[in-house]
Design a protein around this ligand. Structure first.
Ligand SMILES: CC(=O)N[C@H]1[C@@H](OP(=O)(O)OP(=O)(O)OC[C@H]2O[C@@H](n3ccc(=O)[nH]c3=O)[C@H](O)[C@@H]2O)O[C@H](CO)[C@@H](O)[C@@H]1O[C@H](C)C(=O)N[C@@H](C)C(=O)N[C@H](CCC(=O)O)C(=O)O
Ligand SMILES: Nc1ncnc2c1ncn2[C@@H]1O[C@H](COP(=O)(O)OP(=O)(O)OP(=O)(O)O)[C@@H](O)[C@H]1O
Ligand SMILES: N[C@H](CCC[C@H](N)C(=O)O)C(=O)O
Ligand SMILES: [Mg+2]
Length: 493
């Protein structure tokens, strides 16, 4: 179905506040474009102030390429006759409303649930997607790993796409008769108004710890960004928060939504308890009902509990929800286990924050017998929050018998600089057990060949990613592939 169509400009501006128009309003636009280089005749070009450059600089290019209208915060000195200029206080915010109107407000016809928090968004959104499909609904998913409309997979470029791409995807989901959509809401998305104009049926808060300070600058700003999602929820929605996180209460301080809670530690609407957790599965009690899950790890107990809570808040029955939930598997690259023929365990996990790494290593510490070695391989991304680098190395050392610091998407930084910053977190007593091997393939080979039967190798940070981002080029690289290759080599040796 062709969703992209012409829309009258005036119909798109209905929900945009404080817009001043210069030029004809009685025109049509045929798409919404943020990048001047992609403008086509009839486009509405949105000038956004970015982190690298200012879209206002490219208004001239957009009009030359035939833009019918320009949405901007500041009018250009030379306006072109025949082009309509819409001046607004915040282009990104206005674009949210315009994109939603352009695609016919798809979120209003869907049950849309957003998940925010530092860790667990992909896991919770994916579990909800799988659960509701198993319960018989047609569903859509927007996640870091991939977007999905029922079985159809659409590659994801961001955790949360920009408002135009997002509304286009929602419109496609609606056209494919989806009733429920589960999506991740990143802090960047809230700060940049990627979700403005959407109507949510519910919001879930997982947790908040150190991340993305490169973008938000302070932890307070980071908290405010996440809170912004709950502040904007309507009173028809639910706001489901993890009250074991000390920022849980703050998140919903100013929301109009119906506040509901989940916890493993205190009284809450949805109360869980981990009875046992092994490599084979997790035994939990949820609101006094006992249940076995295939998914393991205490951090996943939180994820499953929030999914259970959201499903009940959406009107599902406890028994059928627990039955279907118990069958679910973790998304790719989330505590994904591999076993060599001689019983070395390899775990590929997307832990790329100090908190996630600590959770995963605590889970391993809890599951291990104590006689085997835990070998942790970890790196930190380039052009991202540098504060987490020494912290992640320190956590790796605290829980492991051997540590290999390696590269993870160096982007435009020198991998050796990143590794030097990580090394600062290694306590002197742990120097001996820590190696630095910048080449990630070599690092996985080293760990995989030196491990002995029973040992556990954690390969952290890249999870499902199938590339190594070096100077803007994504080279194919897949932790699982390399791990399986080395396991095969052990077998043939
Ligand atoms: C830091 C950040 O969020 N960046 C996003 C942002 O880019 P930017 O602010 O740097 O844009 P810019 O390069 O300064 O350009 C400003 C404007 O001028 C326009 N421009 C630029 C050049 C030109 O010739 N013509 C033109 O019109 C650009 O299209 C843009 O609209 O807006 C772009 C368009 O929407 C995004 O693609 C880009 O995501 C980049 C690729 C990115 O890496 N984002 C990451 C940090 C991100 O968003 N991550 C979150 C969270 C991840 C998680 O924790 O799960 C996510 O949701 O994915
Ligand atoms: N509820 C949780 N609490 C803490 N850590 C978690 C939780 N769930 C998952 N993790 C850890 O965090 C990693 C990332 O999980 P997931 O992909 O679900 O998070 P995310 O919030 O989507 O991350 P991103 O910000 O990259 O989108 C997992 O591989 C696991 O190590
Ligand atoms: N959504 C996160 C993912 C980080 C994954 C890690 N492999 C890295 O590249 O730092 C980000 O873009 O910051
Ligand atoms: Mg994610």
């Amino acid at each position: 179905m062709e969703i992209n169509q012409e829309k009258s400009l005036s119909s798109l501006l209905a929900e945009v506040k404080d817009a001043q128009l210069f030029g004809q309003v009685d025109i049509v636009v045929n798409n919404i474009i943020l990048d001047s280089r992609k403008v086509l005749p009839g486009s509405l070009f949105v000038a956004l102030r970015g982190t690298q450059t200012d879209g206002h600089q490219y208004i001239g290019m957009a009009t030359e390429l035939g833009a019918a209208a320009i949405l901007c915060e500041e009018l250009p000195e030379n306006r072109v006759t025949g082009t309509t200029y819409i001046q607004v206080p915040d282009s990104a915010e206005a674009m949210g409303h315009i994109a939603s109107a352009f695609y016919g407000h798809p979120s209003k016809s869907l049950t849309l649930v957003g998940v925010t928090g530092t860790n667990g968004k992909t896991s919770v959104a994916t579990f909800l997607f799988q659960l509701f499909r198993a319960l018989g609904y047609r569903c859509g998913l927007l996640s870091t790993v991939q977007n999905q409309i029922e079985d159809k997979v659409i590659a994801a470029t961001h955790t949360t796409p920009d408002s135009t791409a997002l509304n286009e995807l929602l419109a496609q989901m609606l056209a494919k008769k989806c009733s429920h959509v589960f999506m991740e809401v990143s802090s960047h998305a809230v700060a940049q108004h990627r979700i403005t104009g959407l109507q949510f049926a519910g919001g879930i808060f997982t947790n908040i710890t150190h991340d993305h300070l490169d973008f938000h600058k302070t932890f307070d700003n980071y908290i405010k960004a996440k809170k912004g999602f709950f502040d904007a929820l309507p009173k028809t929605a639910f706001a489901l928060v993890n009250v074991d996180d000390r920022r849980g209460a703050v998140m919903v301080q100013n929301t109009s939504a119906k506040i509901e809670t989940y916890s493993l530690q205190t009284l809450a609407t949805f109360k869980g308890k981990v009875i046992s957790d092994t490599l084979a599965g997790m035994h939990m009690e949820i609101n006094l009902q006992e249940v076995w899950f295939r998914v393991i790890g205490r951090f996943n107990a939180y994820n499953l509990l929030s999914v259970y809570g959201a499903a009940l808040l959406l009107g599902e029955k406890a028994d059928s929800v627990l039955t279907e939930l118990s069958n679910l598997k973790s998304p790719p690259g989330r505590f994904e286990q591999f076993h060599s023929d001689d019983h070395v365990v390899g775990i590929v996990d997307y832990a790329h924050t100090p908190d996630a790494l600590e959770n995963v290593l605590e889970t391993i510490a809890h599951l291990r017998s104590g006689n085997e070695k835990v070998i942790t391989l970890v790196g930190c991304g380039g052009n991202r929050d540098a504060e987490k680098r020494p912290k992640m190395a320190e956590i790796a050392c605290k829980y492991s018998n051997q540590v290999i610091l390696t590269s993870d998407n160096p982007r435009f930084e020198d991998p050796l600089d990143i590794l030097d910053q990580m090394k600062k977190g290694v306590p002197p007593l742990d120097y001996k057990k820590t190696k630095v091997i910048a080449d990630r393939r070599e690092a996985i080979f080293k760990a995989g060949l030196e491990a002995e039967s029973g040992d556990i190798i954690l390969i952290a940070g890249k999870g499902h990613e199938n590339y190594q981002d070096i100077k803007g080029v994504k080279h194919h690289f897949d932790d699982k592939e390399v791990l399986l290759e080395v396991f095969e080599k052990r077998h043939s040796n």
